[in-house]
Every structure is written in C-alpha cells, then in structure tokens.
Design a protein around this ligand. Structure first.
Ligand SMILES: Cc1ncc(COP(=O)(O)O)c(C=O)c1O
Length: 401
C-alpha cells in the first residue's frame, strides 16, 4: 500500500457512536480496541469476495468474515441475485412462504440428525429453543453446557437470576469425566448436554463426542450440538458429519445463508414436534430473503467443492504461517483444523501487536481465521507476505528472537 495507513474517519465515527451506542457496536467481538486507535478500521463500508473496504478507503483481505457467516465470500453473485429476485416479490408474509418447505427439505437431506427443521434469526435464540425443547421433552430442568452458545444462554454474567443460573452447569471441552460425575450426582435431573466444539482442540471430538453420546443415552438425556460455526464449514453437515456421532438436536446458523440472518434448529421429529405446546414462535422466523439466500448458498455448496476449498485455503495459511514462525522464531501457531484454525501467540498479548502490524498491511486477522470460498491461493500468498513483514517488524522490536 503506497499511502500511509490512516483510519481517521473510522475513529471519528466511533467517537460519535459511543455517545449513542454503548460499546459502539451490537456485537462484542466487533468492538474496536483503543490500543489499535491508529490502525483498526472500526467501520467497514463494503466487501467484495475475500476483501473488505473501510470508510477511509483502505482495502483488507478479511479473515474475520463477519465473524463466520461469510463462507462463500462477500457479494457472492448466486446468493445476492437470489436475494434481489426474492425482494421483487416480498420479504415476509402473512402465511408461510414455499421457501420454508424447500430449505427445510434440503437441510433434512444434508444434515444427519435432521428429521424436522424450524427457523429463527440468531444462533443464540435457536440454541435457547433447543434447550427449551429438551426440557419439555425430558421433563427435566438441568442443562450441561460446553462452549459459547450466544448471549441468551450465557449464565455467568450479571442479570441472570440465581434460580435460572442454578439449572445450568458449564463444563470444559474434551474430558467426559466431569459430565459423568454430573450425571452420577443427578441421574434423573439432566435434560441435555449442549456442546459447541472447541476449535483449538477440535480433534478431541473423536473420543469426547462418542463419550457424551453414550452417557446421555445411558441416563435418558438428550445430546445437542451447537453447529453454528462448524456447520457448512467443517463439513456441510457440521461436526456430526465430520465425526459421525449424531446428536438428537442441533443448531445451524452462520454458514447456511452467507451472511443473511438465519438460524435453524433441527433434529429428531418426536422432540421437534414439542414446539406445538412449548410455543417457539417468531414474526421473522421464516423471512423469505434469508431463506432465498440459504437456498442459493446450499446450491453453491452442492455445485462447487466449497468445503474442500475451505480446507485447502486454511491448510495453505496454516502451513505458510508455520514456516514464517520458524523463520522468525515467532512464538505463534495455528491450532485445530484448517477451516477454523485458532491463531495462538505465547504470550497472548503479542496477538494484539500482530493485529496492528497486519491491519497496517491490509489484512484483518481474527482469533479464529476463517477462510472463505472466495480466498484464492494468491490471496492467501498475499496475506502470508503481510504476515512475514508483520513478524519481521515484531522481531525487530525485540518482541522475540
Ligand atoms: C459457537 C457459537 N454458538 C452460538 C453463537 C451465537 O450466535 P448469535 O451471535 O447468532 O446469537 C456463536 C456466535 O458467535 C457461536 O460462535
């Protein structure tokens, strides 16, 4: 980049925003970092393929991908055309739209546990719906959770009554022992185990998920997968397809509609049928624009080797970064599998400086660097060249040797 990197307009907007929007954003992970005031683009104006452009006119190769939902790329023609076509006949209606049936049928074909499907807007609310169904179906209150399931299901923060907090227990990924102990303590009390894969230790799922499957079955509890990130990324059918361990219920969201807001809770028909008396209902649940985006996204996954590309580009990034870390003696690495690898620095504070150096050079990294179908090999090479310069600058400053 020839002109020096400047983000004045971004931060001017940010300073206006904090007067009227707490945290200046609706999404905690999008909050700009004060330490990066000179370099972080707080506001993005548009995207194209694997690139985004901020309000100051800077261009970046983006590995945040809107925090996961952009699996095909920004402004992916098939998806955007489908949304435009649907807009010509309406957004949301007084009775269901046929797309509800079409997309549900496609998901039943693709996702191993899916016999029935329903739609909402956000991942967190669909997880809450699956928890409600599990409690109604089993007649039990307790939930064992593992991983982040959205703000609605985050019980450790202020604002949650103790009575509600007391029917959740959050346990770590990877070791079935604490789950076994919880079931031994309350053999008839636990409605479900609700689990999101840990990205850095994803492969532990090979033993961990079968163990959860068998213990839930033994105690008459349900197994729920949060496939909000793993769905349409690890495999189309998510972790359940990848590991071959099938839950009773699951939630898919981010990757299913390439950025349009859609979440799907799905699973065994007998459990899903309980929505009738549980009452899970939302005005915008079946909006036709998001469903048109989902239908088009699913078609692209069918036609093109999207999953293979996410793995290949992720692998190129991981292998290239490993070589750079060896060359510069950088205490960093990618952990986990390549479509959703976790970028780890030791000590973790170095990651902030790495962000600064990369943003300056036109790359947006993230803790989980998401490749999209629109990242070409040349884009990854360009990002690696920026990473090489970033690590060189950090070493020059004596941050490692
Ligand atoms: C694994 C996982 N579950 C749930 C959620 C919550 O989804 P949403 O933000 O759409 O409510 C997220 C969001 O980042 C997530 O990564």
């Amino acid at each position: 980049m020839s002109a020096p990197h400047a983000v004045h307009k971004s931060w001017a907007l940010h300073d206006r925003a904090v007067e009227v929007i707490p945290l200046a954003t609706q999404t905690h992970s999008k909050a700009p970092r004060e330490e990066l005031r000179e370099v972080e683009p707080c506001y993005l104006a548009r995207g194209q393929g694997c690139r985004v452009f901020d309000v100051d006119g800077n261009e970046y190769i983006d590995f945040r991908n809107a925090l996961g939902p952009i699996t095909l790329g920004y402004r992916f023609p098939d998806v955007d055309d489908a949304v435009r076509r649907q807009l010509d006949s309406g957004i949301v209606f007084s009775y269901p739209h046929p797309l509800e049936v079409e997309v549900a049928e496609r998901l039943v074909e693709i996702i191993p546990c899916a016999e029935s499907v329903r739609f909402l807007k956000t991942g967190g609310e669909a997880m809450a719906a699956s928890h409600r169904l599990a409690r109604a179906f089993t007649g039990r209150d307790l939930l064992l959770t593992c991983g982040y399931h959205g703000w609605l299901n985050t019980m450790s923060r202020p604002g949650v009554p103790e009575a509600i907090r007391s029917v959740y227990s959050d346990l770590p990924w990877g070791d079935p022992a604490p789950f076994v102990e919880a079931f031994e303590r309350q053999p008839d009390g636990i409605a479900a185990v609700s689990v999101a894969c840990s990205y850095a230790d994803l492969e532990q799922g090979r033993e961990f998920l079968p163990a959860l499957r068998s213990i839930t079955q033994r105690y008459g509890a349900l197994l729920i997968y949060d496939e909000i990130v793993t769905g349409f990324r690890l495999r189309r059918g998510g972790a359940q397809e990848y590991f071959g361990v099938i839950p009773d219920l699951a939630v898919f969201a981010k990757g299913v509609s390439n950025g349009m807001p859609l979440s799907c809770y799905l699973g065994r028909r007998d459990i899903m049928q309980r929505v009738e008396d549980v009452v899970i209902s939302s005005t915008f649940g079946g909006d036709a624009l998001s469903l048109a985006a989902a239908a088009a996204t699913i078609e692209v996954y069918e036609r093109e080797d999207v999953i293979g590309t996410l793995w290949a580009r992720g692998r190129q990034l991981h292998e290239g970064f490993t070589v750079l870390c060896e060359r510069f003696g950088a205490p960093a690495r990618f952990e986990g599998v390549s479509p959703l690898g976790q970028l780890c620095f030791d000590p973790p504070e170095l990651f902030l400086r790495f962000n600064a150096e990369l943003l300056r050079r036109g790359v947006i990294p993230y803790q989980v660097c998401y490749p999209s179908f629109s990242h070409a090999e040349a884009d990854i090479d360009e990002a690696l060249a920026a990473m090489s310069e970033a690590l060189a600058a950090m070493r020059e400053d004596g941050l490692f040797d």
